[in-house]
Design a protein. Sequence first.
Length: 405
Amino acid sequence: MRTSIFLVLAAGALLPARAQSVYGIQGPIGRVWEMTGPSVSMCNYPDGPIGSSLLYAVAGACPAPTPVAFVPGAGVAALMGDVAVDRENDLVYVTDGAAVAAYDAVTGALQVNFTVGFLGLNPPLTGLGWDGSNGWLWVSDAFGYAALQPNGTCMPVAQLAFQAAPAGVGALSDIDVDPQTGEVWVCDAGGQVAHFVAGAAVPNNVIGVAGALPCGFMGMPLLGLCIDTSSPAGTFIVTDGVTVARLAETGAFAFGVAVPRFALPQGCWPAPPGGPLSGLGFSARPVTYGAGMGPKLDALGHATLPSPNFAVTLQGAPAGLVAIAYDFGVACPALALGGAPLYLPLSPQWGFIGPFAIAGNLTLPAALPAPGVLPAGLTIHLQALMNAGGAWSTSNGLAFTTALP
């Protein structure tokens, strides 16, 4: 199975589609949302705009407090709170401006909680960003930033003490790192997005994004930012709490709408109901689309490079044979397989893995290798094809995109 998956991915290395999702936090209701889409196609691909949600206000085991529901105030308190995603370990980090905690993205169980005063940061904390290149969590307050390395205990390891925000950058409202360049990215209360080398006195670029966008409008202050690690360097997602926009740096002080992707086909989309978003985090989770005939195709983990624990799962299949078909695009409208909907276009590069005997559920390990073996930004579409006593049935579709951690 693992060898087959690698060959499949390598065969589609020049194809451009993407699949990913974006996490956002709403402090007043203590909830984290996972957003995909919204769809713009006649077939309503992908599923969304909500992929999952997490109520995070639970008691922790560490002496430090855990994040609770919060209502942003005035001044720098308007910038408080954020979310970040450890894509390798499928953890969601949350801050309410005072405490930080990590939650299992699947079960919602709290894993660890701590405060970050030892880094020289002061509440309210305004940003979190995950750096999978070295396993660091970046944290910001309104005036600067720092980094720590979670170690599964109540006492994470300090990696970078407080650094003041570079000249020309306003009150920091979120932070992230682009793994392709290693640069720190921030957004601020003045409607700007900037990036720079950690510790730099001046940024390498400052981009004013507040105002009219090609796909909508972005107000001030900016409240959340994350880097799309499955797309070219300089692809960022930003929000003013009401609108989320996926944009791309195009030069000095300049930006445009990023190339649409399968999972995020719109350049701009509204925040979920329940109040303004206070921060964003990027996810490389696969996305589902199409209803199929009941059996559910999904995956465990994120499609990061590497991802040793990534696996494809199928639940609720009838007793018989199943094959996992793959392709590098979607059929809209769906094709038919013996009366069952087929969401793959059967391009010259399509194929299948299996068949396997099944009676209910199946888990297929599909570990992904390091970036040198596969490129980031490669998308594959999957669907389970099942045959029970000569009758065909199909699952929903599943799309995932390789991303840097």
